[in-house]
Design a protein around this ligand. Structure first.
Ligand SMILES: [Zn+2]
Length: 540
């Protein structure tokens, strides 16, 4: 039996991205499958230093330097092995364990453990097809499981009586207890799983390290898992990953669904890259494990409120792992159904439609912010801004963070502030501005966010669509502002002139008018014309 590998260095490799770690010292750009940069180990001007994230090593075609995340830190910072591990542990936010090699005793204990869980699985598998397991078999068949699937996933039945504690009574008690399958009660040992449909949980080496038992009599909780043991850490284990690993690589993405049965059904209906967390809570470790292969994830949640909340949680967890080439999307299954039911009732194509039309992370985040905050009030918008800012700060790739922020600034301007144009009601219709002016304004908006912010109301009142991409303006900040101000003044003057005209023509038709109002308009007109004079030559 192969050694169970659960050492700290493995966890570090799992947690940390080689590209992230190397990027701290060497700027890297992605070309093809690899990242490239100038070698930190020899002097060069054109990049010949390549980093392969998938395989976890770097190689320099100039000087031949070669290694993994640990040797990179050792060489580039001139550290010993343990010190390098310490530094990496700091980066990963992990506590250094006491560094000890596995003793023969530990290795034996692990092999023993795997033997017990494997034997237990065999007993459960047998019982599923016996009288005792009849109701369990009926249940799983009703859920659309074929015998083949039952065999592949080694699904079984844990009976009502204490089968493990009695059948394994020749095994040392502490060994049995270490697997979590048996507990000690007032009347001696008893089985942890009783009258449950049993789903084995495998480690990456296809060994059973734990079980997830589903209740069959409608009692809650629906699922109980083996409590954490030496070899099973719920937070670091993804259901179905051993089966999906290859497919995640091939499909260049992973799909995360909420339930284990969903994951199995997805894997068997054309989505072999599907996994599920154990229980409901997704953890950072789960994301880290998936991101080792690639950073393309489709989260598939229920369309209800709980699903939306879970999606927002997932969003916060995945943000630190985002890269400029990642694709993270959210798919929602509506109507209180889960993927299992969609597949059963509507087939693979219906599910594919749901996955294919998943919402990209930036859109999902924007939509949920607009749903959850009162963005038509200044206070609500402020709350939404703070929330977004806080969330986006989790992105490690700062250039990407900046780009997403800019994208949102654009949306804020177009969607949050455009409502103002309805509020702005000129008493007289103003003529449209010409296309040239419109283009200059667009470029200014694109180039100088500070101007956009300062003259937000006026710019919104122009009723220009700022959606499309335009070139940046050549005008300096000062001149751009003068351009905006002069346009604002011209519009203001036109408005005053129309008002004056209206007033006078009303007077001509015998209506009374307030001479003070006319005087007021004339004063404003004179002031504005003077002000415009000082600006106008700059624009010509
Ligand atoms: Zn080199």
């Amino acid at each position: 039996m192969s050694k169970f590998d659960n050492s700290f260095t493995d966890e570090l490799r799992q947690r940390l991205s080689l590209v992230d770690v190397i990027s701290r010292r060497v700027p890297l750009t992605k070309k093809g499958q690899n990242y490239w940069g100038c070698c930190p180990f020899h002097n060069e001007k054109t990049p010949s230093f390549s980093v392969n994230e998938d395989k976890g090593f770097y190689h320099c075609f100039g000087c031949g330097e070669h290694g993994d995340i640990i040797s990179f830190i050792m060489k580039s910072e001139n550290l010993g092995f343990v010190e390098a591990i310490k530094e990496l542990a700091d980066m990963a936010g992990l506590k250094m364990p006491e560094y000890k090699k596995k003793t023969q005793e530990q290795i034996d204990a692990e092999e023993n453990y795997i033997k017990i869980t494997d034997d237990a699985a065999k007993i459960y598998q047998d019982l599923l097809y016996k009288d005792a397991g009849k109701h369990a078999l009926e249940y799983i068949k009703n859920r659309g499981f074929s015998d083949e699937m039952i065999k592949k996933y080694r699904i079984g039945y844990a009976p009502k009586n204490n089968i493990i504690s009695s059948k394994f009574n020749n095994i040392k008690r502490e060994k049995l207890l270490s697997t979590g399958l048996v507990r000690i009660g007032d009347f001696g040992p008893y089985d942890f799983f009783r009258d449950k449909l049993m789903f084995p949980i495998f480690n990456a080496h296809n060994q059973i390290v734990a079980f997830s038992g589903r209740s069959l009599d409608g009692s809650e909780p629906k699922y109980i898992n083996t409590p954490d043991t030496e070899l099973f850490h719920k937070r670091q284990t993804i259901f179905g990953f051993n089966f999906a690993r290859e497919a995640i690589h091939r499909a260049n993405r992973s799909i995360i669904v909420e339930g284990q049965i969903d994951a199995i059904q997805m894997q068997n209906h054309g989505f072999s890259e599907t996994v599920a967390p154990l229980g409901t809570a997704l953890t950072e470790d789960h994301i880290a494990i998936l991101c080792k292969s690639n950073r393309n994830i489709v989260f598939c949640f229920d369309g209800d409120n709980a699903g939306q909340k879970a999606a927002i949680r997932a969003c916060a967890l995945v943000l630190p792992f985002l890269r400029d080439n990642s694709s993270v999307k959210f798919a929602f299954v509506s109507g209180g159904k889960d993927p299992d039911e969609i597949l059963k009732n509507h087939g693979e194509s219906a599910m594919r439609k749901i996955i294919d039309s998943a919402t990209p992370l930036t859109d999902f985040l924007w939509q949920s912010v607009n749903k959850n905050y009162l963005v038509n009030t200044p206070g609500g918008r402020a709350q939404a801004e703070k929330y977004l800012k806080d969330l986006l700060s989790k992105i490690n790739d700062k250039i990407l963070q900046n780009e997403i922020e800019k994208e949102y600034d654009n949306r804020k301007f177009n969607q949050w502030h455009k409502w103002k144009k309805q509020e702005y009601k000129p008493t007289v219709e103003l003529p449209d501005i010409d296309i040239m002016t419109v283009n200059v304004i667009k470029s200014i908006v694109q180039t100088y966010p500070e101007i956009t912010e300062k003259y937000m109301d006026f710019l919104a009142s122009l009723n220009i669509s700022f959606d499309e991409d335009v070139q940046k303006t050549d005008l300096s900040l000062g001149d751009a502002e003068k351009f905006v101000v002069s346009l604002k003044l011209q519009r203001y003057i036109k408005k005053l002139e129309s008002e004056k005209q209206e007033l006078l023509s009303n007077a001509l038709h015998g209506e009374n008018y307030d001479s003070d109002v006319l005087k007021d308009i004339d004063e404003k007109l004179n002031k504005s014309r003077d002000k415009l004079e000082t600006l106008i030559d700059i624009n010509k």
